[in-house]
Ligand binder design. Structure first.
Ligand code: SF4
Length: 255
């Protein structure tokens, strides 16, 4: 395990504090994050949940799953459930289907969102069968985590095409990473690449200060400078919101 540098944390977004039951993070009054699994094939070095994802935490067991769904059922003010993890698409399809059915049956839940990196790292998991299953749970939005234009491979394009053919709306989220994508040309190519595939660029995240991530941090001043240049030279529909997550205030737009 990497050493903990100054300003780094194993829980940089204070999710433990906002977790009423295992698998749920409830920070905003009308939305919850639901992590039915902490397993993830991507293992990003900059993952802010790497402490959970790297460990022995796999899928929630059936009692934990039931307790998480029960919490959502009882929270009448919750409108939106964000399935995250781990990667929800890494769950066995039958389990994912059960979760979606259970959530869709709750009358106060109006929107489902799935955060995934699998279309990038394990695109063969995105099948027509999966897309049809997701379609039945509509309204559902998929947010794809992708950071570099080199990740827009033919296999990724095929996975995206399957989801779009099922009329599933797609958004992107990317992490600003030093030495990886912290320049105008790379991000321009990335955001144009999304729009060409019918993915709306949604968030560009400041890297969260998780353990061992210091080398990826980009000064906010530099991030804003890149966004200013993008605003000047790139079509408005290609621009995501540049955000920083803070432990207690949630997402704060920076540009
Ligand atoms: S895809 Fe997401 S959950 Fe998986 S390792 Fe990367 S940041 Fe963490």
């Amino acid at each position: 395990m990497k050493k903990l540098n100054f300003h780094e944390s194993d829980d940089p977004l204070a999710e433990k504090k906002y977790s009423p039951v295992k698998g749920i993070v409830h920070k905003y009054h009308d939305r919850v994050i639901f992590c039915p699994t902490y397993a993830c094939p991507s293992r990003c070095d900059f993952c802010f949940r790497k402490n959970l994802v790297d460990g022995k935490n796999g899928q929630l067991n059936r009692y934990e799953m039931a307790a998480a769904i029960d919490y959502i059922k009882k929270g009448k003010n919750i409108r939106e459930v964000i399935l995250s993890g781990g990667d929800p698409f890494f769950l066995p399809p039958k389990i994912l289907l059960d979760i979606l059915k259970n959530l869709s049956a709750i009358s106060h839940i109006k929107i489902l969102r799935i955060h995934t990196r699998i279309p990038v790292t394990l695109p063969r998991r995105v099948t027509k069968k999966l897309a049809a299953m997701l379609r039945r749970a509509a309204p559902i939005w998929i947010v794809i985590h992708i950071n570099h234009p080199k990740e827009i491979t033919p296999q990724f394009k095929q996975a995206v095409a399957i989801l779009r053919q099922a009329s599933i709306p797609l958004l992107s989220q990317s992490v600003l990473l030093r030495g990886v994508n912290d320049n105008f040309e790379t991000l321009k190519k990335l955001f144009y690449g999304f729009v060409e595939l019918d993915i709306k660029p949604y968030y560009l995240h400041q890297c969260d200060p998780a353990r061992g991530t210091k080398n990826y941090w980009v000064p906010i001043k530099k991030g804003k400078k890149i966004m200013r240049q993008l605003r000047k030279e790139v079509s408005g529909i290609c621009l995501p919101t540049y955000v920083v997550d803070s432990p207690h205030r949630g997402k704060t737009p920076l540009y």
